[in-house]
Design a binder for this molecule. Structure first.
Ligand code: GTP
Ligand code: MG
Ligand code: ZN
Length: 337
């Protein structure tokens, strides 16, 4: 999503939304304040945000034991996975403080503003599928985003069952994915019809992971097979476009019986990286790192400059042509923004 010029109507709509937001925030402070001063709250305790509902969150003190909470002022940025200090209440608790995060995954909202999605994550599982078709350089965009925030990404090709009757598509996807293991990225393959689920479970064990990717690739369906009691709503693809229909609307956290924690997140069409600098994007391409700073020109764009280390590496096959192409497209999208 690039930051386009807004039409007057769009600007008016955004202004209305913001007005509505500040009204809601005022109401929320009021509710939280009333609960805090009403004296019917329990003692402060540690908790984990397991879901986010508009202006409220669900906070868990122990797995399976959670309560909806108001937020004290200045805690609007809380997301699923955040560790907090909170007080139980009747009927609702109150979150009084946010603990420091060790990581946060953010992404652009429809207005081009960067929004946190989930916190304290160890691993990002980028889910793709034969349908909806992964569009050009979608994978690299997610990988760059993961590298820049320093969270290990894993690529997960789901709906493998759709490939058994479609060898041509299978070959295309295998070709698309072939480069990633050579760069040190793990690639898993699954189907909710029971393939690859053991390997997926072992990748999720003892850490906090988040499922990200386009709408309709099967993120919530995978949670449902790993944890049948989750029973999350899933949505069929649109018949015309074979695209997802944005079924999941908020990130939600689940504890797996294997000891891992898994956050399901809403799918998005496009992962914009406009908020990044060219230097961050360069760093986001793992195989470029050792070469950066060794081009003849300090401000090299790696396009056609003489003595360019990246172009040399592409020529000798050390850097793949498709990754270099991805890099260029991403940088071009930064300049458009
Ligand atoms: N054939 C097949 N279909 C699958 C598989 N996994 C999911 N689906 C179907 O794909 C559709 C979308 O699944 P969801 O789980 O809602 O997808 P999602 O990624 O959570 O989508 P959003 O919540 O919109 O981001 C549903 O019709 C699922 O039944 C699979 O492994 N094989
Ligand atoms: Mg979903
Ligand atoms: Zn260069």
């Amino acid at each position: 999503m690039s930051k386009r010029k807004l039409s007057r109507q769009q600007a008016w709509r955004i202004e209305k939304i913001q007005e509505e937001r500040s009204k809601r925030a005022a109401r929320r402070d009021n509710d939280a304040q009333e609960a805090l001063t009403g004296g019917e709250l329990g003692p402060e305790q540690d908790g984990l945000v397991v879901a986010h509902y508009g202006t409220q969150v669900a906070v868990e003190s122990a797995p399976g034991k959670s309560q909806r909470c108001h937020l004290r002022a200045n805690l609007e940025g809380l997301v699923t996975g955040d560790r907090v200090v909170w007080c139980e209440g009747d009927p609702m608790g109150v979150v009084v403080a946010q603990r420091e995060r060790h990581s946060v995954l953010s992404r652009p909202d429809p207005y081009g503003k960067l929004k946190p999605v989930a916190a304290n994550i160890d691993q990002i599982l980028l889910v793709i599928a034969p349908f909806p078709e992964p569009h050009a350089n979608l994978i690299d965009r997610y990988l760059v985003a993961a590298e820049v925030v320093g969270i290990e990404p894993v690529i997960l090709l789901n709906k493998m069952d759709l490939l058994t009757a479609d060898p041509a598509r299978q070959t295309t996807l295998n070709n698309l994915l072939a480069i990633y293991p050579t760069l040190g990225y793990r690639v898993l393959r699954t189907s909710i019809m029971d393939s690859g689920l053991e390997e997926l479970l072992s990748a999720l064990r003892s850490r906090t992971s988040v499922f990200v990717g386009q709408s309709g690739v099967g993120k919530s369906s995978l949670v449902n097979v790993l944890l049948p009691e989750a029973d999350i709503r899933v949505g069929a693809l649109s018949e015309n476009t074979q695209k997802g229909t944005h079924t999941t609307t908020t990130a939600q956290l689940w504890h797996l019986t294997c000891g891992g924690t898994l956050i399901d997140s809403p799918g998005i069409r496009e992962f914009g990286l406009w908020h990044m600098s060219k230097e961050q994007v360069e760093q986001g391409f793992r195989e470029f790192r050792a070469l950066l700073g060794t081009c003849k020109f300090r401000d090299c764009h790696h396009e056609h400059e003489p003595g360019c280390a990246i172009l040399d590496a592409a020529e000798s096959g050390v850097v793949s042509a498709t990754r270099l192409d991805s890099y260029r497209r991403i940088v071009a999208s930064l300049e458009d923004a």
